[in-house]
Design a protein around this ligand. Structure first.
Ligand code: WTA
Length: 680
């Protein structure tokens, strides 16, 4: 399945320097270890597990599972019988056994340049223990769910690990979500406590978070689920003496509103006073719940993805170490928000398990200007940098000058996640940001997979721009056709996995049936990702986008990502999104939305050029039927284009359904007004 030899032509390689120090230096080594991971998972993961602390060792099979709905309930169990505590492994083990107490865990960089803070492993351990004691004193017990709705501050990590220390289950809700969404998630996971903050700035914009939290709590109450307690961190309103570890906020915020309900609200800082910096961890079973994280579902109602203790710990630690080729002196920066899975796995769990030093960034890539990312890279000498294609494409619009204002000499590995990266953006990232020196790890994974599942390893895997290349250790992909048959060799179809890896989700919280229906019903025996995938003649995997983003034009399956990529290769186009619009003869026609590069105006000549470009890149079958000039695209708060809404706009359907995840709703009306009516 994985070729013996990597292709030699049209591929990019990691530098010789990187190969010298890399954990997995060659493709041959990758292949050898991959086969071991699949043939003898017990041995492969057993070696890795030796680095961790176990209160008791596991007794049963390393991985026990059923992926076949026709044979009974779906289940995945890893390391049954073992007991451990992740917080202990992330912090105590690093401070006491590995003597990393003085090592920096996080360089916190605030929204406002100049707001900064350094936290060592020892300090983090103490702060987590203190807060864990606070949670205990508030009656939180093992297995209880705690909702966390906070900005990107160190206390967010403190809150999540304090839950983990006492065996409580965190359910983090991204602080950009609405009160309605928070209420829905609190109720679905039956949380007993909410942890939030007064407010924060995103760029220039003040977010009165406590106001939203209160609205959510009111909604919960109205629906018969009154919250008893809410702990609020003073992030913007704190007095210096209340939190000596944190700097006072740099700007006055006269518009900050901090409503306070003495019956429910508790002050983070007051509770901490006198709280001990020691707290015995709660020893948990391997399959005890670790956290719930909601991800959107096709039916509109979000799914509470549940991850469990041991498997998730091993998997995030190993993927972090090998995919970013982590070395002890690295400074790592993942720009995601902890409110998403990327932040859970690759800001908190994976990096801390490895004793890594990370940057924790509160702000935006465009504030105060579009050089902010590169300024931070130079400030902290970032070596490994992980971001999303949407951020890359957005920065690309401004050209290379804002990047080149900074040196970026420290960078060694670049990563992307979240959606297919079009080769154009890949090239810009590689050539301009990484100056042809840094391999790009295009990591494909999902909230459900817990960690990377398809990805290059930076020194070992020759890269092809836009391909997530090969499976990570323990992961066995297959591509199925519509009838559920596995394709051999080159081909395109449904991406599925044939067996579990330690970090895969275990259930949808409170709804195991939904878990089975969504991921296992369509093709019994396989975990179905919901993504389309193509395998080329060299065995490389190319994620083509969600299956529901597939188009069928005159009987040909086309992926929206392919067409978008062809459009974006035109220098006038900054971003593109393509959807299908029903067509009486062809089944579907291609309706394209394009955001143009700054300063370019849309006209008929450009339209003709774009059509020609797509035709030339993919074929006549992919020629766009409609192209609409779209100054803005509807995106989720994590930056994903909401194609579902674009489909409605293309069809002029005003009933949009659930738009709670939409970041900026003003773009919608504009798009409706400018929609293309007749065929062009
Ligand atoms: C998409 C984010 C192509 C995919 C970690 C997946 C990608 C969904 C990639 C999961 C990638 C993520 N290439 N597509 N490198 N990474 N995706 O749950 O459609 O927010 O199913 O997890 O993002 O999104 P989620």
């Amino acid at each position: 399945m994985i070729p013996d030899k990597a292709p030699k032509e049209n591929v990019y390689h990691g530098s010789e320097e990187l190969k010298k120090e890399a954990h997995i230096p060659t493709f041959e080594k990758y292949k050898e270890l991959y086969l071991k991971s699949v043939d003898s998972p017990e041995e492969f993961w057993g070696d890795i597990a030796k680095d961790f602390f176990w209160k008791t060792k596991h007794s049963g099979q390393f991985l026990d599972y059923n992926f076949d709905v026709t044979k009974g309930q779906i289940f995945i169990k890893c390391m049954e019988g073992a007991t451990t505590n992740i917080c202990y492994n992330l912090l105590d083990r690093n401070v006491h056994e590995r003597k990393l107490g003085d090592k920096v865990a996080f360089y916190w960089e605030g929204n406002e340049p100049g707001d900064e803070l350094t936290v060592t492993y020892r300090e983090l351990l103490q702060r987590v223990c203190q807060f864990a004691n606070v949670l205990k004193s508030q009656g939180v017990k093992k297995g209880d769910r705690v909702s966390i709705y906070m900005p990107m501050v160190v206390e967010l990590v403190v809150a999540m690990l304090a839950c983990v220390r006492i065996g409580a289950v965190h359910s983090i809700v991204f602080a950009g979500f609405s009160a309605e969404s928070l209420c829905e998630r609190i109720m679905d996971s039956q949380c007993s406590l909410l942890i939030t903050a007064d407010g924060f700035y995103r760029g220039d914009k003040l977010i009165n978070l406590k106001v939203l939290a209160d609205e959510a709590m009111q909604k919960c109450k109205d629906k018969g689920f009154p919250m008893e307690k809410c702990i609020m961190l003073k992030h913007l309103s704190k007095e210096a003496e209340e939190s000596p570890q944190s700097p006072p906020a740099k700007r006055a915020c006269p518009d900050l509103q901090v409503p306070w309900n003495p019956e429910v609200d508790l002050c983070w800082h007051t509770l901490l006073r006198g709280s001990s910096v020691e707290c015995e961890p709660e020893w948990c079973e391997s399959e005890d719940p670790l956290f719930i994280l909601y991800t959107s579902g096709s039916t509109g109602k979000p799914k509470g993805v549940l991850h469990t203790v041991s498997g998730y710990m091993l998997y995030t630690a190993t993927t972090f170490k090998l995919v970013f080729d982590h070395q002890p002196d690295d400074i790592y920066w993942c720009t995601a928000d902890i409110g998403w899975i990327t932040g859970h796995s690759y800001i908190t769990y994976g990096p801390l398990a490895n004793g890594a030093t990370s940057v924790l960034f509160e702000g935006l890539p465009t504030y105060p200007d579009v050089s902010r990312m590169w300024e931070i890279v130079d400030k902290y000498h970032v070596t490994k940098f992980y971001t999303a294609p949407t951020a890359i494409r957005m920065l690309m619009k401004f050209g290379s000058e804002p990047v080149q204002k900074y040196k970026r000499e420290s960078l060694k590995v670049l990563g992307t996640v979240g959606e297919p990266i079009n080769p154009e953006a890949w090239q810009w990232y590689y050539n301009v940001v990484g100056e042809k020196r840094c391999p790009i790890v295009d990591t494909f994974w999902q909230t459900e997979t817990g960690g990377h599942v398809m990805t290059p390893l930076p020194a070992a895997t020759p890269m092809k721009p836009g391909s997530a290349t090969f499976p990570f250790f323990g992961v066995v992909p297959a591509i199925l056709n519509e009838s559920g048959e596995e394709l051999e060799g080159p081909g395109e179809g449904y991406l599925v996995f044939k067996q579990p890896w330690p970090g895969v989700m275990r259930t949808v919280f409170g709804n195991h049936q939904r878990f089975e229906t969504v991921y296992f019903k369509k093709f019994p025996g396989y975990y179905v990702t919901g993504d389309g995938c193509r395998r080329d003649k060299d065995g490389y995997y190319w994620i083509t986008g969600r299956i529901d983003d597939m188009l069928n034009v005159s009987g040909h399956l086309l992926s929206t990502a392919e067409v978008e990529s062809a459009l974006v290769e035109h220098e006038a186009v900054a971003e593109a999104a393509v959807v299908g619009r029903p067509h009486p003869v062809k089944g579907e026609s291609l309706y394209c939305f394009v955001t143009l590069t700054d300063g370019v105006t849309y006209n008929r000549t450009l339209e003709a050029e774009l059509k020609k470009q797509v035709r030339e890149k993919i074929g006549a079958i992919a020629t766009p039927d409609y192209i609409q000039d779209a100054p803005g695209l509807p995106k989720t708060r994590s930056g994903k284009i909401m194609r579902r809404l674009l489909r409605k706009i293309a069809c002029n359907e005003r009933d949009l359904g659930d738009v709670s995840t939409l970041a900026d709703s003003t773009v919608i009306e504009q798009l409706f007004q400018n929609r293309c009516g007749a065929a062009v």
